[in-house]
Design a protein around this ligand. Structure first.
Ligand code: ACO
Length: 301
């Protein structure tokens, strides 16, 4: 990074906690990353692609303006005919997508949903802007949701509650200065980092509190906080404000940087596979992104 812009490894690590980021290969698209993540999620869940009833894909960096990246994924898995669409809520995209899929399941419309967060932010970065290009990476993560009857007891597994918010008045603090209708260009990410930071900790702590209040749980009941991975200081600040011990926070920002909608499923995947997150535990997901958008999902695994 220091060869590209006026920065240093020390500055990046101290201010963000980011030590590395991944960048998609030339020609490798958001759908390619999404398909790889979905294949692993389906294998882990023991679900065949043909059994998917719904695909919701969160991304702000789709392959094309249209069709959606979700339908490209759908074509790969051979489940033509089922609904497939993208959700655009930038860094909150995964929480939004999970909420949409959960509501489809709770409404009884689908039984098995594939929810993906996938991004190639490297394609919308101004690589000459040191205030943004050092912060982001490319990646994808996915989960499979399955309908299951509970017995109404407090040990029921699943998504216990979700909370979504948006405030379009904050557009200028974090946006991409391109788009098909307004500029007929792809554009680059623009951000007033300090202002975003200021809003982030407040909004994120509030939306976790909202989830706890809705379920009657307290921060002591949280086994794992799996936050959107934007900046190590935001993660530490939010956990502190919530009274969640740092050793209950899943952190991948050091190795992935900010992968927007992909960051939560990437972090969740890591913590499930290394045995930290286990069945029966209470996990809270939270995210904030451009818009602003923000949200949380409280889950009993
Ligand atoms: N290398 C060296 N210096 C830099 C760099 C860099 N890469 N970037 C900025 N600076 C300079 C600035 O120009 C400024 O210099 P100046 O004082 O001469 O003007 C100085 O460092 C301090 O800048 P600040 O913006 O005050 O630095 P801050 O400590 O706030 O850190 C950062 C900047 C990392 C962007 C921080 O504000 C942040 O993380 N904000 C949140 C942004 C974010 O995570 N957005 C993602 C999407 S939203 C979300 O996911 C929650």
């Amino acid at each position: 990074m220091a060869e590209r812009v006026d920065t240093s490894d020390d500055w990046i690590i101290e201010r963000t906690g980011i030590r590395q980021r991944h960048v998609a290969a030339e020609g490798e698209c958001t759908s390619d990353l999404a398909i790889k993540a979905a294949e692993r999620a389906l294998a882990a869940a023991g679900v065949d692609g043909k059994d998917i009833d719904l695909i919701v894909l969160a991304t702000a960096t789709p392959d094309y303006t249209f069709p959606s990246t979700a339908v490209t994924v759908q074509a790969h898995f051979g489940c033509a005919g089922v609904p497939a669409f993208d959700v655009q809520a930038v860094c909150s995209g995964f929480v939004y997508a999970l909420t949409v899929a959960d509501n489809f399941i709770k409404a009884g419309q689908v039984k098995t949903a594939l929810v993906i967060g996938a991004e190639t932010f490297s394609r919308i970065l101004d690589w000459n802007d040191r205030t943004t290009c050092v912060l982001f990476g490319d990646g994808a993560g996915a989960v499979v949701l399955k309908a299951e009857e509970g017995d109404g007891s407090s040990s029921d597994r699943g998504i216990l509650t979700t909370h979504l918010h948006a405030d379009g008045r904050q557009h200028d603090l974090l946006y991409v200065d391109g788009g098909p209708s307004k500029t007929q260009t792809t554009g680059y990410l623009r951000m007033q980092g300090r202002e975003v930071f200021r809003h982030a900790v407040v909004n994120l702590a509030a939306v976790v509190d909202e989830a706890l209040k809705a379920t009657g749980l307290t921060s002591a009941d949280i086994d794992w906080l799996v936050p959107h991975q934007a900046n190590r200081r935001i993660l530490d600040g939010t956990a502190k404000k919530l009274g969640v011990s740092p050793d209950k926070v899943v952190i991948t920002v050091d190795r992935h940087a900010n992968t927007s909608a992909a960051s939560i499923p990437l972090a969740l995947d890591e913590a499930v596979r290394d045995g930290r997150v286990r069945e029966g535990q209470v996990v809270i997901l939270e995210a904030m992104g451009g818009g602003f958008t923000w949200g949380s999902a409280l889950i009993r695994m």
